[in-house]
Design a protein around this ligand. Structure first.
Ligand code: SAM
Length: 298
């Protein structure tokens, strides 16, 4: 699997909202294959860029794709939540992008175990230095903890029953692969494919992935800390793919735009989240759940 044919989500909207014609530094917190970053560098010769990704394989792939602009980029194999602690000249920053979650590159690589429709190990780590895998969670977490994850990160209603069933099945057999887990979920939910109905494994896999990669942890604190470091007129754009993440972004932006002590740090530029057009969804079906929110430092 390589990144050829990669399609960045809401690309024109991101470029417009970040106002990428301005000279200065842009920070891509979730580089992926560099889809958005490449466009910024291509369209603005006076832009320099710092890119973060916790997935080293993605980062190496992005580095290859961005070779033409190597004199204007710094790529970091790191969690973007460390960004506020870095010693960089934040006064130069014009725009920050977060395009959260998984990339198609990760989802379509069976060996990473992110996809319930591709046979692979129960892994789901974005950062291979992480010690927790989906296999560990499925086999080692208590029934109580499993139920919590399914409820909080998958918004699955019979979360307790699902946890109970998984604990009872793991006593009898080792659940090793994505497709074994999918089949178990299908049995538990008595799944019959129906048009317009989401496969129950989608939510279970989402919940496991969020827990393994701690995707929601510290997101709000990160947005607060980075906002306070940014210069006036710089912009933050955040794309999310599920309601849990969108809620955090929305509320954090609102708190920074209208805090209780009346010292606002942000002006919200998107009253409602920007969503992909029908044309974009037809062209790139995975963009269908994307929501973009943008704010400007004041
Ligand atoms: C949706 S993809 C980004 C796609 C990218 N905008 C593009 O067009 O190529 C999200 C990327 O963010 C990375 N990522 C997720 N959480 C991260 C974190 N906390 N720190 C750094 N990178 C992260 C993932 O590994 C993945 O490669």
């Amino acid at each position: 699997m390589n990144g050829n044919g990669h399609v960045p989500v809401l690309i024109q909207e991101v470029l417009d909202y970040l106002d990428i014609t301005r000279k200065g530094l842009y920070i891509d917190c979730t580089l992926g294959l560099g889809g958005h970053s490449l466009e910024i560098l291509k369209r603005n010769p006076q832009a320099s860029l710092i890119g973060f990704d916790i997935d080293e394989k993605s980062l190496l792939e992005a580095k290859k794709r961005m070779g033409l602009y190597s004199d204007r980029i710094s790529l970091l194999h790191s969690d973007f939540r460390y960004l506020p602690d870095l010693r960089i000249d934040f006064q130069k920053v014009k725009g920050i992008l977060l395009d959260l979650g998984l990339s198609s590159y990760q989802l379509d690589s069976p060996e990473r175990g992110f996809s319930y429709s591709l046979e692979g190990p129960l892994d789901m780590r974005m950062d291979l230095r992480n010690k927790i895998t989906a296999f560990k969670i499925i086999h080692k977490y208590s029934e109580y903890r499993l139920a919590q994850i399914f409820r909080d990160f998958g918004e699955i209603r019979p979360a307790k029953r699902l946890a109970r069933e998984i604990v009872s099945r793991r006593k009898a057999t080792r659940i090793e692969t994505t497709t074994e887990l999918r089949r178990i979920i299908e049995e538990i939910f008595r799944w019959r494919p129906q048009k317009g109905k989401i496969h129950p494994a989608a939510k279970v896999f989402q919940a496991l992935r969020i827990e393994i990669n701690q995707e929601l942890k510290g997101l709000s604190e990160f947005l607060e800390r980075i906002t306070k470091k940014l210069p006036k007129k710089s912009r933050i754009a955040a794309i999310s793919f599920h309601s849990l993440e969108d809620r955090i972004i929305k509320h954090t932006f609102l708190n920074l735009a209208a805090p209780e002590d009346y010292r606002p740090f942000l002006k919200i530029l998107t009253k409602k989240p920007v969503i992909p057009s029908e044309d974009e969804i037809a062209f790139n079906f995975r963009s269908r759940s994307a929501k973009l929110r943008v704010a400007e430092r004041i």
